[in-house]
Ligand binder design. Structure first.
Ligand SMILES: NC(=O)c1ccc[n+]([C@@H]2O[C@H](COP(=O)([O-])OP(=O)(O)OC[C@H]3O[C@@H](n4cnc5c(N)ncnc54)[C@H](OP(=O)(O)O)[C@@H]3O)[C@@H](O)[C@H]2O)c1
Length: 394
């Protein structure tokens, strides 16, 4: 606003301020012009026009903010909980979940299934540099050595990283568990695991064609140990007591309820995605204080493209200015589950870590879309393993 439009009761003072030279004749002529009724009218109209323009402009600005609620400004994010790359406007998501043991498990992990040799180490290093502190591995992924080396070379202290591995189906017999665990510990170059899961609720028979005897015509499964995994669990409890693992848990469901457990399962890892959202299982686990981990959260390599093409995902991503993968990964955490996206593509590894809470209405829209179609799994090896039943029985 220019000085001349400022209303003041003492025009002489105003003029003095604008005219340090104190030229009296100048001041006089200015005074006479300003007191002219026509000039007064023009000033008043200009003032009104200015106020109206200001109101219209601020109205438009707040309207545009509400239609693009999260049209993020540049700068560091105060709302997102991680590395500040998402811009301000969205609420945070929990960076950790509590386990019954009292440990805190980071809510986003880098999954490394199918991450090939020569790629997985770089992906782990990118992840740790980005801020991930959780790696989800397994003996059967055949990449524990490279993962372990990448962790050591990353410079991130081992105790700052949550490391999960899994007991393969060939080693459920109690006498096989410690050697299998030791092999994973050696591969990863660590003295302990944060979480050791029973990978599948299936115990393979011993003496088949090698440790991965699961192809058709393989050794089949051990019915007794599959139906009653308690001896396997007891041995795992011993591994906790001996300090080789901090927490033990299950992958897919495994019935242990008939037995008195010294240590309750710390976590349950299951397939959860838009295609297979399992709302009842998630609810049940919550009610039973059993943290759930979402594997194949993007739909796995078979379904990821379709997931990222879903209209509801595209719409939310556009609206919030997030990537489509970020929308899905955030949705998982918002459902209360730990999420394990896999990628060996550096930009995606970085991208997948930047999560933020979806506004309630958009979260509900995505949840409703996910639970309203016929669910299907992307991972079910029952036929490959020549089982005479379906592992998931659904
Ligand atoms: N307990 C179990 O039995 C079990 C079973 C399955 C999985 N898991 C765990 O869960 C993890 C994740 O599951 P998953 O590997 O099946 O599937 P996923 O994480 O749902 O999907 C991985 C696929 O998505 C692609 N991708 C990742 N981020 C992307 C992005 N931002 N944009 C576009 N594409 C993207 C990856 O490609 P690129 O790698 O080429 O980038 C890969 O093809 C596994 O790695 C494993 O740790 C456990």
């Amino acid at each position: 606003m220019s000085y001349e439009l400022l209303p003041t009761s003492d025009p002489s003072q105003r003029d003095n301020a604008s005219s340090p030279s104190n030229d009296r004749s100048d001041t006089k002529s200015t005074k006479s012009i300003r007191t002219h009724p026509l000039v007064k009218l023009i000033f008043t109209r200009l003032l009104i026009a200015f106020v109206v323009m200001y109101l219209v402009f601020s109205g438009l600005r707040s309207l545009s903010r509400s239609t693009s609620r999260f049209a993020w400004s540049s700068g560091v994010c105060s709302a997102c909980h991680r590395n500040g790359s998402l811009k301000a406007g969205l609420s945070t998501l929990p960076s950790h979940f509590d386990l019954p043991s009292g440990d805190k498990i980071p809510s986003v992990a880098l999954g490394v299934w199918k991450s090939k040799p020569g790629e997985v180490g770089a992906a782990v290093k990118t992840a740790l540099k980005t801020g991930y502190r959780h790696i989800d591995d397994a003996w059967i992924y055949r990449n524990e050595k490279e993962v372990g080396q990448a962790i050591r070379e990353s410079g991130v202290p081992r105790q700052d990283i949550w490391l999960t591995s899994k007991l393969w189906n060939s080693f459920h017999a109690p006498e096989d568990i410690e050697p299998a665990l030791d092999e994973s510990l050696n591969n990863l170059g660590t003295e302990y695991l944060d979480l050791y899961l029973i990978h599948w609720p299936i115990a393979f028979k011993k003496g088949g064609s090698g440790p991965i005897a699961f192809k058709k015509g393989g050794s089949g499964y051990d019915k007794e140990l599959t139906e009653n995994p308690y001896p396997t669990w007891q041995k795992l409890e011993e591994m906790v007591e001996r300090g080789k693992v901090r927490n033990i848990g299950l992958s897919k469901i495994q019935n242990l309820t008939a037995n008195p457990l010294k240590i309750k399962p710390a976590a349950l890892q299951v397939e959860l995605s838009y295609w297979n959202p399992q709302p009842d299982l998630v609810k049940w686990a919550k009610e039973n204080n059993l943290p759930v981990e979402a594997y194949s959260p993007l739909g796995g390599d078979k379904q990821v493209k379709e997931t990222l093409q879903l209209p509801v995902v595209k719409k939310i991503a556009n609206y919030l200015g997030m990537t489509r993968a970020q929308v899905i990964i955030s949705w998982h955490i918002q459902r209360g589950t730990i999420v394990l996206p896999k990628s060996v593509t550096p930009s995606r590894v970085v991208d997948n870590f930047q999560v933020a809470a979806l506004p309630d209405d958009l979260f509900t829209e995505l949840e409703e879309a996910a639970v309203s179609h016929k669910p299907f799994r992307t991972v079910n090896p029952s036929k490959d393993w020549d089982l005479d039943f379906d592992i998931f029985d659904d």
